[in-house]
Design a protein around this ligand. Structure first.
Ligand SMILES: [Zn+2]
Length: 197
């Protein structure tokens, strides 16, 4: 029997296994072997395929999060991920002092609603979410005021699309009358006027 000596089979199997891992690790470090197993499972936000290449990776100032620039090997689009230690989650302080864990999806949903049927791509939305998230994790160590996040979203939306900006502002600012609304829009309208002159 070929497999008569079980212990020798186990020994060879484990040697094979160890060397396979060592080889993959080395190849990965050289950027030649890419597998989500080594980079952490990460689905492409655009095409949902879990196969990407890490282009750049650096830790943030606080050392608790890692920013990774990735390229999807399926659709070749690039995106940024922020990986954080679960032990040090960022908390959002809401109105009335209620605290909840930071959720990037909330920002994303707010943006998606504001950009509904506007000429804004998923890529642009994702870029805004990543920019805001990155900034939050760099600036705040444990807590961030929800109003700050709202302001940042408004600022980014203002650059992206005026209709989306107005939609977001009307929900976020909870305008009580038309005057508040006009006051909010005035700076933007003034800029427009100056541009069109
Ligand atoms: Zn993709």
């Amino acid at each position: 029997m070929v497999y008569s000596n079980l212990s020798s089979v186990i020994r060879w199997a484990s040697i094979y296994w160890i060397w396979t891992i060592a080889l993959r690790r080395t190849l990965f470090r050289c950027g030649l072997y890419i597998n989500s197993y080594w980079t952490g499972e990460m689905k492409c936000p655009f095409c949902r395929v879990d196969n990407d290449r890490v282009i750049d990776s650096r830790s943030s100032q606080d050392g608790f999060s890692i920013r990774r620039r990735r390229e999807c090997l399926a659709c070749e689009r690039r995106y940024t991920t922020y990986e954080h230690l679960e032990a040090a989650p960022l908390k959002v302080v809401k109105k009335g002092g209620i605290r909840e864990p930071f959720q990037r999806d909330k920002i994303r949903r707010g943006l998606e609603q504001a950009c509904w049927k506007r000429p804004i791509s998923d890529h642009q939305i994702e870029a805004v979410v990543s920019a805001i998230e990155g900034e939050l994790f760099e600036m705040f160590e444990s807590e961030v005021d929800s109003r700050y996040i709202g302001e940042r979203v408004m600022e980014q939306l203002g650059k992206l699309d005026q209709v989306a900006y107005v939609r977001f502002a009307s929900v976020y600012r909870e305008f009580t009358d038309v005057r508040d609304f006009v006051d909010e829009l005035r700076p933007m309208l003034d800029t427009e006027k100056r541009k069109s002159r």
